[in-house]
Design a protein around this ligand. Structure first.
Ligand code: SAM
Length: 444
């Protein structure tokens, strides 16, 4: 089997067997297989695509196979998923997709190659739309269930996204959002203020100015090849994340504005920009991170001399209080970043929510207690799930002396952020991660 397909197969296997995160495991696999840039792009598209669309392909494979999915060896099933992605979504001739997948299965047991060959030939013989129409449950019986299965989203995620869209006056856009989740995310760089200008970064990388953020430069290919990224003048950061920092920095505060706090800072993408802005405005940034290895990344990304780093639990870490600007980029399910993390949708379950919600509630309560009167907290999640966003904010504003600012006014250049006062960004509308921002001001 050729190395690019072998690498994609190994990616699926390490995700399944070792619980590896695909986006973290991929770079190592690409270099271990010694792939050229072109082959690496093929492997990435094949491996990530097969992981994202696993739900859709499993449903189609079940229609083609002569036995239920749970009676197919998981190693053989991964070979089938790779074959399905090449046939249905990539520009690969059917015979090459079928024979290379059969070759992957050949050493997995007697009959495995023949089985893969037969299933994929059946799959290739029918147009994709017919398969999609046939995926259970039938649309007339269960429209949402059918839509989620065909668009390769677990039903609970599709349902949560539909709820969030409805709150954002975007109730009719579920199909577009699910489709956007299945696309590869664009690669966006941030020109870190004071270190490199966006124009210099665009010139150095051959990139183009971002769509929304003044610091963003869009590039293609591996961003690790750029000197500016390697030496830390620029970083890889979704434009949505950049806009969260921009909004917080633009908020009006009615107090001294010299001490800022990033409560959940690791790995430090937002802290690096915040620290640079704080320095420009004569303020000091304190950054808190629970996990020591992630705290080290904050120091490396932002520069340890640029901020005061506290390693510990932000719910109880010794902090002075009286901060004028606090970023609470809360731990969350990450359902807004599904397209960036191809295996996330299959990893997360609704059982993750209660513990995350408890943490989010406690962190926001602490953030408000640490805010100076007249200061602001940006509560941010990369999840549109209402239980992690509006519900948490509604609870906090019921109890504390806070008012919610209309955050849309802080990002006037970005249309379609919803009915307010929170801002919601969407992959299908803004081509960013699905970010949520609530801006809360502490009042007397
Ligand atoms: C959404 S990520 C933050 C991303 C970060 N703001 C950035 O832009 O790079 C949430 C972070 O919070 C950290 N975390 C989780 N629980 C925490 C706690 N109780 N106190 C402080 N940090 C915590 C996680 O380790 C994780 O690094």
């Amino acid at each position: 089997v050729d190395r690019p397909r072998r690498a994609a197969y190994d990616l699926l296997r390490t995700v399944a067997d070792d619980g590896a995160y695909a986006n973290l495991a991929l770079p190592d696999l690409l270099s271990r297989h010694g792939l050229s840039e072109r082959d690496a792009a093929f492997t990435t598209e094949l491996g990530f695509g097969a992981l994202r669309l696993r739900g859709r392909y499993d449903a189609i494979i079940a229609l083609c196979a002569s036995r239920p999915l749970d009676r197919i060896d998981p190693r053989v099933l991964d070979a089938l998923r790779l074959g399905a992605h090449q046939i249905l979504a990539m520009n690969v001739p059917d015979y090459a997709a079928v024979s290379s997948s059969a070759d992957l299965a050949r050493r997995l047991g007697p009959g495995a190659a023949g089985f893969v060959n037969a299933v994929l030939r059946r799959l290739a013989a029918t147009p994709q739309q017919e398969w999609l129409d046939a995926i259970p449950p039938p649309a007339p019986d269960d429209p949402l269930g059918h839509q989620c299965a065909a668009a390769s989203h677990p039903r609970w995620i599709g349902s949560a996204l539909a709820d969030a869209l409805a709150l954002a006056d975007a109730g009719g856009e579920l199909a577009e959002l699910l489709a956007a989740d299945n696309d590869a995310a664009p690669v966006s760089l941030v020109a870190r203020p004071g270190r490199i200008s966006p124009t210099e970064l665009a010139d150095a990388t051959g990139g183009t100015p971002g769509r929304w953020s003044p610091w963003a430069v869009g590039v293609s290919g591996d961003p690790g090849r750029f000197t500016a990224v390697r030496d830390g003048r620029a970083g890889v950061q979704d434009e949505g994340s950049q806009l969260m920092v921009l909004a917080l920095s633009r908020a009006e505060v009615d107090c001294g504005d010299t001490s800022w706090l990033d409560m959940c800072a690791g790995p430090g993408g937002k802290a690096a920009v915040l620290a640079a802005l704080a320095r420009q405005q004569g303020a000091e940034l304190t950054a808190v991170e629970l996990h020591p290895h992630r705290a080290r990344l904050v120091a490396r990304t932002a520069g340890s001399e640029e901020l005061r780093l506290v390693v510990g639990d932000a719910r109880e870490a010794p902090l002075s209080g009286g901060y004028s600007r606090i970023l609470l980029d809360a731990p969350c399910t990450g359902l807004g970043a599904i397209r960036r993390r191809p295996d996330l949708r299959w990893r997360r379950t609704p059982a993750d929510l209660p513990a995350l919600r408890g943490l989010q509630r406690d962190l926001l309560q602490r953030a408000l207690a640490l805010t100076a009167v007249g200061g602001v907290v940006a509560y941010v999640t990369c999840s549109p799930h209402v239980a992690e966003s509006d519900d948490i904010v509604a609870e906090a504003t019921r109890h504390a002396a806070v008012e919610q600012v209309d955050a849309r006014g802080l990002l006037p250049e970005v249309p379609g952020t919803g009915p307010g006062p929170a801002v919601r960004l969407w992959p299908h509308r803004h081509d960013t991660d699905g970010m949520y921002l609530a801006l809360l001001r502490r009042v007397a």
